[in-house]
Design a protein around this ligand. Structure first.
Ligand SMILES: Cc1ncc(COP(=O)(O)O)c(C=O)c1O
Length: 392
């Protein structure tokens, strides 16, 4: 299209959003493509948003977020990594996405490279581009996760930032403390910034999951921790997250939001405050629900020949390897499999290639039990049937 600048021309809609939006004629489609818990946000959080409205909390707050929430976020993060933080090191954002985006915008010079380990959440690539940087995908190491040697091979003179996401979307893997420590030591020795995306931290099945800074507190001066309320408290639509990092970076990000979004909705901020104060038990109960659903998905996948279910240790995704299934069933690639599954069975999933790892599928189990059951029955039936009708 004419009129767009070069950046806008070079970017495209996110692959997961596209997968979620593909039309289907199926009379009863089921969406296993979007990463959101099935359950609604807990009532105490909704009540807090309503109460804030009733109490006239409709004015601007500080750009960096309301003071109590910044403090609660600092304390919450201290529980994860043992690092105390003053409020100047906390910025409340409208979700993890703007926290990541704005961190990149204040850190990157045009053309700087951003290391993104595969498999990755595709938005990381888009964000690096929108921030004027160059995304550099790092292939996984031997056991399917990032390693210092793959990072070292990918890094160059222009590398400035590493995005480290654990638990990982799409694989649900949790990076161990030792690995995180090694990566942090490598990155800081190279003078890199680390964006530690912890969007799924509280959905890890064996809490407390290690965080980058619990493993490597010495990396603190070069790390921006990114938090999200979306999955943890099932409040994705309320748009709330945070960036926690060195005061000068947070101040620069605050300047940026002052010139753009100003701050997230005050109602969402009050909901988030209630979530941090009263949400632990609810989060724990949710974790059990997620675990049960994960086990159900793994059990189904285990029964399908040619599928390696994998070992997801956190919600909300299972990321099976299906090379053999594709070959056995005559599908040229994962995307074709997903398109046929959608057309024939109305089940929407995302091909691994969208996350930089072809031959895999990402299944989100943020579905109520009966819908999940139905989706899995259709998926298993499709995999079996396709063997009979497709040329090998
Ligand atoms: C790894 C990762 N980070 C961040 C986000 C976005 O979170 P938010 O809704 O807080 O912007 C997602 C959403 O899917 C994600 O998968």
């Amino acid at each position: 299209m004419t009129g767009l600048n070069a950046l806008a021309k070079s970017t495209a809609p996110s692959a997961t959003m596209l997968a979620a939006a593909t039309a289907t004629d199926h009379p009863d489609p089921i969406n296993m493509a979007v990463g959101e818990p099935a359950e609604p946000a807990p009532p105490f959080l909704v009540e807090a948003a309503k109460a804030a409205l009733d109490q006239g909390e409709t004015r601007y707050s500080q750009a960096a977020g309301i003071a109590e929430l910044r403090e609660a976020l600092a304390q919450d993060q201290e529980r994860n990594d043992g690092c105390p933080r003053p409020p100047q090191e906390v910025l409340v954002t409208a979700g993890a996405k703007p926290a990541l985006m704005d961190a990149l915008r204040v850190l990157l010079e045009p053309g700087d490279e951003v290391l993104i380990p595969a498999p990755f959440w595709p938005t990381f690539l888009d964000q690096a581009l929108w921030a004027g940087g160059v995304p550099k995908v790092v292939p996984p190491g031997e056991d399917g996760i990032v390693s210092v040697s793959t990072l070292e091979q990918a890094a160059g003179d222009r590398t400035r930032v590493l995005i480290l996401n654990s638990p990982v979307n799409p694989s649900g893997r949790v990076l161990g403390a030792e690995l995180m420590g090694e990566i942090a030591a490598w990155a800081t020795a190279r003078g890199l910034w680390i964006l530690a995306d912890q969007a799924y931290l509280h959905l890890a099945f064996d809490p407390p999951a290690p965080t980058l800074l619990s493993a490597a507190p010495q990396a603190r001066e070069k790390t921006v921790v990114v938090e999200s309320f979306s999955k943890r408290f099932a409040m994705a639509g309320l748009r709330l997250g945070a960036a926690l990092g060195p005061a000068p970076i947070i101040a620069a990000m605050e300047s940026l939001v002052t010139a753009s979004s100003t701050h997230p909705s005050t109602l969402s901020q009050h909901a988030g405050l209630a979530a941090l104060r009263h949400g632990d038990v609810w989060v724990e109960e949710q974790r059990d629900i997620h675990r049960r659903r994960r086990d159900k998905v793994l059990e189904t996948l285990d029964g399908i020949p040619g599928v390696e279910p994998g070992n997801p240790e956190a919600a909300l995704y299972v990321f099976p390897e299906v090379e053999e299934l594709l070959e056995m069933r005559g599908f040229p690639d994962d995307a074709t499999f997903c398109a046929a599954l959608l057309a024939e069975e109305g089940v929407r999933i995302v091909p691994g290639s969208a996350f930089g790892q072809s031959g895999y599928l990402r299944l989100s189990y943020g579905l109520e039990d009966s819908r999940l059951e139905e989706a899995l029955t259709r998926l298993a039936g499709f995999a079996e049937r396709s063997r009979e009708v497709r040329p090998g």
